[in-house]
Design a protein around this ligand. Sequence first.
Ligand code: ADP
Ligand code: ASP
Ligand code: MG
Length: 433
Amino acid sequence: MYLKLIVIELKSTMDQKYKKIVMKFGGTSMADMDCISKVADHIERELSNGTLIAVVVSAMAGETDRLISLADQAGNNMQQSERDVIISTGEQVSSAILSMILNRRNIDARSIQGWQIPLITRGIHGSARISNVKSNHLENLMKNGIVPIIAGFQGISEENRVTTLGRGGSDTTAVAIACGIHADLCDIYTDVDGVYTSDPRIIPVAQKMKHISFEEMLEMASQGAKVLQTRSVELAMSYNMPIRVRSTFIENDFENNTNSTNIGTVVTNEDGILEDKVVSGIAYSKSEAKVTIQQLEDKPGVAAEIFGNLADNGINVDMIVQNISADGMHTDLTFTVQETDLSSAKLVIESLSNTIKYAKLEESKDIAKLSIIGVGMRSHAGVAAQMFSVLAENAINIQAITTSEIKISVLIELKHIEKAMKALHSAYKLDQN
Ligand code: ADP
Ligand code: ASP
Ligand code: MG
């Protein structure tokens, strides 16, 4: 019995040891020289702990937006490959700045761009997907005591062109590097000290979670909680790479505490939900737009024609609602797309006027999507009913609904989003720790 206890204790201590980690610093962490100096402090702390590290950085806050508008002024949608060359430079700059600051502190660090790793991608420019990370070069640097400071968000295609991974893509770079070098953990440093039950900027009483499962985090991220890019969570889940979300600023975190269990939020394959909580988080998105095709001909093949053509044009459709036809001949079809895809979606529908007949095409950007997420939904009935009655009590009309096993999303008027989030946050007892 005594021996068994010692073994268990030893094992749990060992489980906490992180010997090799990736440290990723987001845009707000790289915003200016003062912030970058805090980033350098964290790196110095890890090195003094004897941890092997690779660092991934984002562009300085606001820089990618500036580069995107510059690219928009210079070119058009047909020039996506040159656009990627422009918008990837934010990370090139920040990786070199951090390396210089570390060098000044006598830390051997070197900036590495996506093509130098190389981090190989496939798929379309602007949202390329990582197909391979060659880790030899990085591992050699690390073995020789050189800290690689990797430019996030960028890679190189099979055609030898610079690519980018979509907004927030440095998170995905960090997880891919962590998997490539077989790190024990991927630390994501940002401006919040963990993943909260809802966006703390909207719900000040939101609670920090100690743990969250990959599954729940994936739903939170894909429904709008941009604290992690959705694809980074997908990747971490397939390779079982734990992610820890933590703050560069808020925590007084400069002691020898890499292995402390109190830092940030750990995203793992453990089921992080508390037993009494059916819903563990609430996410929202204001970036979708709604399209309604009124009096659409109701016959086989129409939906396939519409959604097939939208897909062929790279337009992702999220929610779909089709009314039952009252006269057996016509129906209304409503769907949502990303706001940035709205004009292309309308062009696609209009271009089908020879094959599909309808009375009117309507659009609205005045909407928001609200989602409640929790693995507890699997074993509890009545979650949707409670959500709908809370919205009804607040006189908020539901325009569309989608569900998965652990998520319910509703489309509502944009002006109601904060009221709805606050009401649901308290109805599901997320305000309490
Ligand atoms: P970075 O620049 O470090 O990549 P992001 O702005 O991409 O940072 O992500 C951090 C932001 O995510 C926070 O400032 C917060 O407003 C937002 N956020 C949205 N939902 C959540 C949530 N559930 N928990 C924590 N932060 C969230
Ligand atoms: N700089 C890129 C962006 O702003 C990537 C990132 O920050 O993760 O989207
Ligand atoms: Mg981010």
